[in-house]
Design a protein around this ligand. Structure first.
Ligand SMILES: [Mg+2]
Length: 264
């Protein structure tokens, strides 16, 4: 199904949003956190060449946290034990270093804050005014913290995040589980609801979950890539989906008839 005209989202039963890249520009905070952590680590271990932004795109972006750590260290001929996800952030293992990055992420988030995309807030405002239920469906275990920091938490009665997914053993995107569970928690039918995503795996998840409308937000992934993943519609910013107030002449007021028509 392709969508030509921009749809009115208030005609659906609910809208479920991915978080990172859809509601907040969180990728920048992740980049900053990786950089801070690796610069400290490289200095402490005297690793050369120094960490650069290129390393983020070559070794970290899109990978699971621990896989990213291992591949970046390997690029500098550094091997450390894998360790365990429960490792303390001070542990010099792949998992410990990954957990250290997460601790830095939280620190950066607290120190610098994060502002939501204004277009996304405008759409949330419109949905709220129309009484349309909304939820967040995120793979991130930091979703609650990001939402609170961005001042968005109280807008969402349901936040289906990485913590719940792990607890309930839900398969991660591109499997449909998390979007379907988000709809269930919100008490809505995916077949009458909208999903909004910026990642290929997220679009695939929502399509597999049977959502009536899957919107791709192109923050750099590319419109063709999002459409090929199954997005029915791709926008650059959610402001495009905010319906402008009705324009043109006001409708004629109903002709008062009381004066002319006398009751029989
Ligand atoms: Mg995303």
């Amino acid at each position: 199904m392709a969508v030509d005209a921009l749809p009115d989202l208030t005609s659906y039963d609910a809208v479920l949003f991915d978080l990172d890249g859809v509601l907040t520009p969180t990728a920048e905070v992740h980049m900053h956190a990786w950089q801070t952590m690796f610069e400290e680590l490289f200095a402490a271990w005297d690793i050369q060449p120094p960490y650069t932004e290129r390393d983020y795109f070559d070794y970290l972006d899109g990978k699971k946290r621990y896989d990213g750590v291992a591949s970046l260290l390997r690029s500098r001929d550094v091997e450390v034990h894998w360790g365990d996800p429960s490792d303390d952030p001070s542990a010099d293992t792949v998992c410990g270093i990954g957990n250290r990055k997460n601790a830095v992420f939280s620190r950066v988030l607290r120190a610098e804050g994060i502002a939501p995309y204004l277009g996304s807030v405008a759409l949330l405002d419109q949905l709220d005014a129309a009484g349309i239920p909304v939820a967040v469906v995120s793979s991130s275990k930091n979703a609650e913290e990001v939402l609170r920091t961005a001042g968005l938490r109280e807008r969402f009665p349901v936040v289906m995040d990485g913590v719940i997914a792990e607890r309930d053993h839900l398969a991660s995107k591109p499997a449909p589980d998390v979007f379907v569970e988000g709809a269930r928690m919100l008490g809505v039918d995916p077949a009458r609801s909208v999903a909004v995503e910026d990642a290929i795996s997220g679009v695939q998840s929502a399509v597999a979950g049977g959502f009536a409308l899957v919107i791709g937000v192109d923050r750099g992934t590319g419109p063709d890539e999002l459409r090929n993943a199954g997005a029915h519609l791709v926008v650059d910013d959610l402001a495009e989906l905010v319906t402008p107030p009705a324009s043109g002449p006001l409708p004629e007021p109903a002709t008062p008839q009381i004066a002319e028509e006398k009751p029989a």
